[in-house]
Design a protein around this ligand. Structure first.
Ligand code: BGC
Length: 788
């Protein structure tokens, strides 16, 4: 085997190990030679901050596991040294450079030198600016770091006139601007309404009525409050601010400190001032010393940026480049010259309440690195009841079962396996109890059950339902009771369209996701004309409207839009109408068992020979009843199939689902996660991530900002909850049916390897329109709308 190939292979193994202990690991075909140098070089900014030592350690850990080493050089806060480091690595033959610049602009010259030598440049954590010589950016969502810091201060302030002290990072670091922007977004409204009064920056006071600042304006403020990422500068600045402040500007104070190193320095200065009676101070990086400060009550919070994720993403990017491919892109960052492709990772807010769960129980650090962790650990919070409304009987009972199992596993995944003595998973320090109800697909029943769950059982969050009609009805319950409703699997876009209110969220895809992905495929591969047969209810109608939009978006035309009642047993007239329209494509939106009859009708009437049927490949369990040998080779859209998703969360889900259910009474047919299992899990992940951010606070005031804009990793890959309309953008699949034997390996457990994956879209690729109406229409902002 050639050296370069061997490297790529071993790196892939590392990437999967880094991603999670439960990810599947395969034995390498050939053992990698220990100590072998890899064609990748890493340059980090300084050894003087624990943050970057952490990155070095995590890189080494990941690489050593495969018996390899790469060169990691430090620039010691000196751009000239950094350039030298890059030149050294180039001369040693690296093919990919992973570099965290000391100075964003000055590093452009290093990036250009690497580019000139044919080396791919991965900007790591900090963006290199003012050059086109950057191939990729591996980063956390830095704006959300600042937002988490700002939010923490807002959440702990009461009344008006609270003294606020602002500090920032180095102006030479692009991140310092992003952090400040995120914090300003959250703090500014609370400065404007008098909750906070800025005490140490006349520049910030002069701009305090501006919701959005330009880079120049931020530059002015940062110039006045910069720590330059230096602990000594931070300490001296804080001391001089305190010397200048009157006693009335002290007492209980709020401090925006940009990272952990500076937070400790600033905290020490404030702690030493006797006129300061209490302080709240932010940070980021989860440095060991700051975690100890949090346990000891000396620092209020930190933002955990899981360096393992960053390292894993950097390695994955390097592998992609070495293989001549492009790394995964979910967004871009403009660096002044180009839009650099990137895939930002989510961050977690950590304070005393969740420090043990988020930092130690999650395996990020070991318990013996800290003192007082057990004593410092707060008692478990009150039980959090979540009401789950599904369809546990009737034609869609299977969907309810998938939703329920996926949700339960999602809670387990997010708890990191931590449960209380009654076996309840712990999320945000609260044991979670899920109460499942069956609405039988009936909206009135769904409403009655939800009210009972809220009023009698005391549930604080709602999840579900299966039926779109029930989902529409539940939006009102959510609003009137100010309770978050997380919709999944109901697909109608109405819940985040005409029935929207700020309490309604979803992890379910919309009917637009379905139609956009299939319309794109069919217009491009078959032809432009479409007929639609849909079930005559909210789901079918929403799908028809969505199909029309989607087909037109890709240059096609919907020539016949046909609806049949849910109870239909003879589809002949509807199929005839579709055939008469002369459409090249027929799109079906049906749910439940009626599908079998519909498909039989299509086959009997020869419609399958004259039209290309575009449909969703539904659940595994009823699959073979719907599709026969004559449809082998068909290409269709799919919401989730466990064989199409390739990521650590899905690996975890498959492994745990099979282990848990293969011996259940329905194990032979339901051992593997199915169509809506992923949705249930995604709902749990989104809610749990938000709860960790709010410290277990389920109120709309806390949860709405925590969920809006959330980017998270789930079983389908990366998801994004749009802040405007709460649509959850997510990957969708185009699959080809290649096999109908559910139990290919004949072990008595159906593994449903039906498909070949043709295409998986990125979460932000399809352009799902914003369909908000009335008072909410303006929230759509610059999103595509139906009229466009
Ligand atoms: C990083 C932070 C770090 C800071 C100081 C920023 O660019 O994102 O994690 O604390 O630099 O080194």
């Amino acid at each position: 085997m050639k050296k370069s190939l061997m490297f790529v292979f071993s790196i892939l193994i590392i990437a999967s190990m880094v991603l999670g202990a439960c990810a599947k690991t395969e034995a390498p075909a050939e053992a990698p030679a220990a100590g072998e140098k890899l064609a990748v070089g890493i340059v980090l900014p300084t050894k003087d901050e624990p943050r970057w030592i952490q990155d070095e350690t995590r890189f080494k850990d990941a690489l050593q596991k495969a018996g390899h080493s790469v060169e990691i050089l430090f620039s010691q806060g000196d751009s000239a040294k950094e350039k030298q480091n890059v030149e050294t690595l180039i001369s040693k033959g690296v093919k990919v450079l992973i570099i965290c610049p000391h100075d964003s602009t000055a590093a452009a010259a290093s990036a250009e030198a690497a580019r000139a030598a044919g080396v791919k440049v991965v900007s790591y954590d900090r963006l290199i600016t003012d050059t086109d010589a950057v191939d990729y950016y591996v980063t956390f969502d830095s704006v959300s770091v600042g937002a988490a810091q700002g939010q923490y201060l807002v959440d702990h302030a009461e009344g008006k006139g609270n003294p606020l002290y602002l500090y920032a990072g180095a102006a030479s670091d692009n991140n310092a601007f992003l952090f400040f922007e995120g914090a300003w977004n959250v703090l500014q409204p609370k400065i404007a309404d008098g909750t906070f009064v800025i005490k140490n920056s006349p520049e910030a006071v002069a701009l305090q009525d501006k919701a959005t600042l330009t880079r120049d304006e931020m530059g002015k403020i940062i110039g006045q409050i910069t720590t330059n990422w230096d602990f000594n500068v931070a300490k001296t600045l804080a001391e001089s601010n305190l010397t200048a402040a009157a006693a009335a500007d002290k007492g209980k104070v709020f401090i925006l400190a940009p990272n952990d190193g500076t937070a400790r320095a600033i905290a020490d200065a404030f702690a030493a001032d006797t006129a300061v009676t209490k302080y709240f101070v932010t940070g980021q990086d989860a440095e060991v010393a700051s975690v100890q400060y949090i346990i000891d009550g000396k620092q209020s919070m930190t933002v955990l940026k899981d360096v393992r994720t960053l390292v894993s993403d950097a390695i994955k990017a390097a592998v992609a480049f070495l293989e001549g491919k492009k790394p995964e892109e979910t967004t871009t960052y403009n660096n002044g010259v180009i839009d650099v492709p990137a895939k930002p990772s989510a961050v977690v807010s950590v304070d005393k309440a969740n420090v043990k769960a988020a930092i130690v129980d999650s395996g990020y650090y070991k318990a013996d690195q800290f003192t007082g962790l057990e004593e410092g650990a707060t008692e478990l919070g009150p039980v959090l009841k979540i009401g789950q409304i599904g369809m546990m009987s009737g034609s869609m009972a299977l969907y309810g079962l998938q939703q329920q199992r996926g949700f339960e596993l999602g809670l387990e995944y997010m708890s990191g396996g931590k449960k209380d003595d009654q076996g309840r998973w712990i999320i945000a320090n609260r044991p979670v109890e899920v109460i499942v109800k069956d609405d039988e697909g009936n909206p009135e029943k769904a409403v009655a059950l939800a009210l009972e769950l809220i009023e009698k059982d005391g549930v604080e969050l709602l999840q579900g339902p299966v039926s779109s009609a029930s989902a529409a009805a539940l939006t009102t319950v959510a609003l009137e009771n100010k309770i978050i409703l997380m919709v999944d699997p109901a697909a109608s876009y109405f819940t985040t369209g005409k029935y929207f209110n700020p309490y309604v969220f979803r992890t379910a895809r919309t009917s637009f996701d379905d139609t956009l992905i299939i319309a794109k495929y069919l217009v491009e591969n078959v032809g432009p004309t479409f007929a639609h047969i849909g079930v005559d209810n909210a789901f079918g109608q929403a799908s028809g409207a969505a199909l029309k939009y989607s087909v037109e978006k890709f240059g096609g035309e919907l020539v016949a839009d046909i609806y049949a009642p849910f109870e239909t047993t003879d589809f002949t007239p509807y199929i005839q109408q579709a055939m008469d329209s002369g459409a090249e494509n027929l799109f079906l939106t049906w749910s439940g068992t009626g599908y079998v009859t519909l498909f039989q009708g299509l086959s009997d009437m020869g419609a399958l020979d004259t039209m290309t049927v575009g449909t969703g490949f539904g659940d595994n369990a009823s699959f073979t009843a719907v599709f026969g040998e004559d449809v082998l080779g068909t290409v269709g859209l799919n919401v989730y199939h466990y064989t199409a998703a390739d990521n650590a969360v899905n690996n975890w889900l498959v492994e745990h689902h099979v282990a848990k259910y293969k011996d259940a009474p329905d194990g032979a047919i339901n051992a593997y996660p199915d169509l809506f299992t992923a949705g249930g899990m995604a709902s749990a992940i989104a809610l749990a991530t938000a709860l960790e951010k709010t410290g277990g606070d389920t109120s709309g005031e806390a949860m709405i900002p925590a969920l809006e804009g959330l980017i998270f990793e789930g079983p389908k890959g990366t998801y994004h909850i749009r802040p405007e309309d709460h649509v959850c953008e997510q990957p969708m699949n185009i699959l080809k049916l290649v096999n109908l034997n559910p139990d290919l390996d004949g072990d008595g457990i159906n593994e449903y390897r039906f498909f070949e994956t043709i295409y998986v879209s990125k979460y932000n690729e399809l352009g799902v329109p914003c369909t908000l109406e009335g008072e909410y229409a303006a929230r759509c902002g610059s999103l595509p709308t139906l009229g466009q």
